[in-house]
Design a protein around this ligand. Structure first.
Ligand SMILES: [Mg+2]
Length: 270
């Protein structure tokens, strides 16, 4: 599936987004790499102004914590304009299952958010397992989660990305790498996915900004996730490519099915 209109570019340009009422932009590889702003990012953010929203598969931060981090490197974005896969997943679970028992594999900001929203952290009695990018995830974590899933817990996958690039372009393992470990044990395990390529983050951003799909554009560096999400949400897509070459497809979330690889992720709507 393709976006309504796709344009390729090698650098962020305010002129490319001048006609749109809302500019939705991916974060890693577009505006930042690890903790550093990429060339042109600050000028692009200033030019887009209040039209700019961040739409990212980040599953470590909340909008509040990420807003502070971005501000420290010169990217001023209010938390209300930051839409993150991990936060959307936790907020949706809290809204649909008030007070539910959960096991959240993620960094402290997401775990604290879950508690603040009334979800009860219950390692061995959880009804929902939320999988984010958890740098302390171990084989014991996996075994605990598999036990819960075997008892009927739902698996919520914040994002299916296998990795994101660091400042040197090298892969940093992402949530999808952890999910691949789940699939190594349970090859047909279904998961409910919130991040791109699903359109839910884009839809949330459009709802909050009050802008129609036709008046918004999505800027991203990955055709398989950003481009697919833009297409599913009905937005034009600007594909930012590095040095004239698209981001390698190997970080996309649908690895080819084979006896030794995970089968494609079964997605249920959220
Ligand atoms: Mg990216």
């Amino acid at each position: 599936m393709r976006a309504r209109r796709t344009q390729m570019t090698t650098s962020l340009s305010a002129a490319d987004v001048g006609d749109y009422a809302a500019v939705l932009c991916d974060l890693d590889g577009c505006l930042i790499a690890e903790a550093r702003a990429l060339p042109g990012a600050e000028a692009f953010a200033q030019a887009a102004g209040d039209r700019l929203s961040i739409v990212s598969n980040n599953s470590a931060d909340t909008g509040a914590t990420l807003s502070r981090k971005l501000g420290a490197i010169g990217l001023e974005l209010a938390e209300e304009r930051i839409f993150l896969a991990g936060e959307l997943a936790v907020r949706t679970v809290a809204a649909e299952r008030p007070g539910a028992r959960v096991l959240v594999f993620a960094e402290p900001p997401l775990r604290h958010l879950a508690t603040d929203l009334g979800l009860r952290q219950a390692d061995d009695l959880a009804e929902v397992v939320v999988l984010g990018r958890d740098t302390r995830f171990t084989l014991a974590s996996l075994e605990r989660a598999l036990r819960l899933l075997d008892r009927g817990a739902e698996l919520v996958l914040t994002n299916p990305d296998l990795f994101h690039p660091n400042a040197d372009g090298r892969p940093v393992p992402e949530t999808g790498s952890l999910f691949a470990a789940f699939r190594a044990c349970l090859p047909d395990l279904p998961a409910r996915v919130f991040g791109k390529p699903e359109p839910f983050l884009i839809e949330a951003a459009l709802r909050r900004t009050g802008v129609a799909e036709a008046d918004a554009v999505f800027v991203g560096d990955n055709a398989d996730t950003d481009g697919a999400a833009a297409a599913r949400a009905g937005l034009d897509f600007i594909h930012l490519v590095a040095n004239g070459h698209p981001t390698p497809a190997s970080d996309h979330p649908d690895p080819p099915a084979s006896p030794t690889e995970p089968t494609p992720i079964e997605v249920t709507s959220c």
